[in-house]
Design a binder for this molecule. Structure first.
Ligand SMILES: [Zn+2]
Length: 148
């Protein structure tokens, strides 16, 4: 499934659909994480969203995207099994669980947990994985019965 046109499409969505929302969110004090949902069949955008932690600390880019997704009329939504989930950054433990509970069989991200720590000065993902789950970087099961 991972091919050049898919990678181009994912980068396109990050650049043109997520980043403008994130840039606006950051001006309101939110973090720079964003996410989007695409249809698998034609790779069209269902929804793009960004972090909204100023409203609620649980509204990470991914969880806020899922919140807005389930606020859409059912007819406009897609079955999550027929959808691609994109995150600008490797999902944290909260978001990994949210993606799992909502039934996606996949997700893609651009920046790793290490990037979040080293390039974005946001070490919480790795700290929580280590403190709560005793996992070292890369220690969670990235291919499992739910998703890869
Ligand atoms: Zn998160």
């Amino acid at each position: 499934m991972t091919d050049i046109s898919l990678i181009d499409r994912l980068l396109d969505v990050i650049e043109h659909d997520i980043v403008p929302k994130t840039a606006d969110g950051v001006t309101h004090g939110n973090k720079l994480f964003g996410a989007a949902i695409l249809r698998k069949d034609d790779r069209s955008l269902v929804l793009a969203e960004t972090n909204n932690e100023m409203e609620n600390p649980l509204w990470h880019g991914e969880v806020h995207c899922l919140k807005r997704f389930y606020e859409m009329p059912r007819a406009e939504r897609v079955d999550t099994k027929d959808a691609i989930f994109i995150a600008t950054h490797e999902p944290c433990s909260l978001c990994l669980s949210a993606i799992t509970w909502t039934g996606f069989d996949n997700f893609y991200y651009l920046f790793s947990h290490e990037d979040s720590r080293d390039s974005f000065a946001i070490p919480h993902d790795l700290k929580i994985l280590k403190e709560v789950f005793t996992l070292d970087p890369g220690g969670y099961n990235a291919e499992n019965a739910y998703w890869k």
